[in-house]
Design a protein around this ligand. Structure first.
Ligand code: PMP
Length: 366
């Protein structure tokens, strides 16, 4: 009988750009305090869990059938949540905003086309580009980790991208790009402009969203997710808000029945509890603000954040600090500009555990 692993990855006729590539992702470690992937630390409440269980039981009755390909009810719920007068024909949901982004690049990127974004930024973007055969070109953010209209437009002028990806609040810096800048960029380019607003609900003014610009710009796409504010990272539900024609383009490239009945049902329950979810967001915003103050008080350099996480440093050897915290049961993230670490806002108990561990580590921190 042949060994199940008689063939190795290196023996397979992989696409050349995949040779040597590792499946990417943050470490998933079993530790008491996980503050490493910007999740919402609060599990769904009992009321939400019960609602989800009921909705899944109902969906199960017809799981022999394919799901609603157009996710009609979910898109209506999302449009209602978003406001700004958007209709369900302007909403495109998929399995996390990372699938939405892949759809966008399948439709508007591809061979011979270029995606431009600004670093440091979300580490999955190059993977979406590679997987869709799109050239990935980056330019640096400015000294305050922001971007001005001039900086973005001059990069566009130089790179001539087909798709420009602007992340606000940005991961991992937590810094924002004002809507007026997005407005001026859209006015100054024919490229598709994607605004990743994964953390928008955590900002001080969530209603200041580029969604307000959609009536003016047919090539603007705003991407959001239920993973963070709606504590649904495990449910996998992200969505784009754009012109109906853009949604039609995304519908063309999606896999048939890409969004399961179970995902649709669970997401609808989360949305039905929006006020409860957003109250938690308010609490997490305060936790992050207090954490920033505390880190500063302890002499650390903090990048002022508008999200549920914060970058702090600078350490000569950030890995040593990361490891010392992990040894104390606290997992954070080694990411972003050199010397910095990223931690996200947890429950009071988790955030306390982080502070206690860091105090223990700081006196000797390299
Ligand atoms: N965009 C940004 C900026 C992110 O930080 C993340 C998650 N870390 C995502 C998108 C992806 O979120 P999801 O696929 O869970 O919706």
């Amino acid at each position: 009988k042949p060994e199940p692993n008689f063939i190795q990855l290196a023996d397979l006729p992989l696409r050349p750009e995949l040779v040597g590539a590792e499946p990417y992702g943050a470490p998933q470690l079993d530790v008491p305090v996980c503050l490493n992937v910007n999740e919402n630390p609060y599990p769904p409440s009992e009321a939400v869990r019960k609602g989800m269980a009921r909705a899944v039981a109902k969906a199960a009755k017809s799981l022999n059938r394919y799901p609603d390909r157009e996710a009609t009810s979910l898109r209506e719920d999302l449009a209602r949540y978003i406001g700004f007068g958007v209709s369900s024909s302007q909403i495109w949901p998929a399995n996390g905003s990372n699938e939405v982004m892949t759809h966008i690049l399948q439709a508007f990127g591809g061979p011979g086309r270029t995606l431009l974004t600004f670093t440091p930024t979300y580490s999955m973007y190059p993977e979406y580009a590679r997987n869709t055969h799109t050239n990935y070109v980056t330019r640096p953010r400015n000294a305050s980790w922001g971007l001005t209209t001039e900086e973005i437009l001059s990069a566009i002028e130089e790179v001539k991208p087909d798709v420009v990806l602007l992340t606000t609040p940005n991961n991992p810096t937590g810094t924002t790009i004002p809507v007026v800048v997005i407005d001026e960029v859209c006015a100054g380019t024919d490229a598709i402009v994607v605004v990743d607003e994964a953390y928008q609900e955590f900002t001080d003014a969530p209603e200041d969203s580029s969604i307000a610009l959609l009536p003016k710009y047919g090539r603007l796409i705003v991407v959001r997710t239920l993973s963070k504010a709606f504590a649904l990272a495990g449910g996998r539900l992200g969505y784009a808000v754009a012109a109906p024609a853009v949604v039609d383009a995304l519908r063309t490239v999606r896999l048939p029945y890409h969004l399961s009945d179970v995902s649709q049902a669970v997401a609808r329950v989360a949305l039905a509890h929006a006020p409860e979810m957003l109250a938690r967001v308010d609490e997490l915003r305060d936790t992050r603000a207090n954490l920033e103050d505390w880190l500063q008080l302890h002499g650390l350099d903090v990048i002022s954040s508008q999200s549920n996480f914060v970058l702090f440093g600078r350490f000569a050897d950030r890995h040593a600090v990361f490891q010392a915290l992990l040894d104390r049961g606290v997992l954070i993230r080694e990411v972003g500009p050199s010397g910095y670490l990223r931690v996200c806002a947890g429950t009071p108990r988790q955030t306390d555990a982080f502070r206690t561990a860091l105090l223990d580590v700081l006196p000797t921190a390299p």
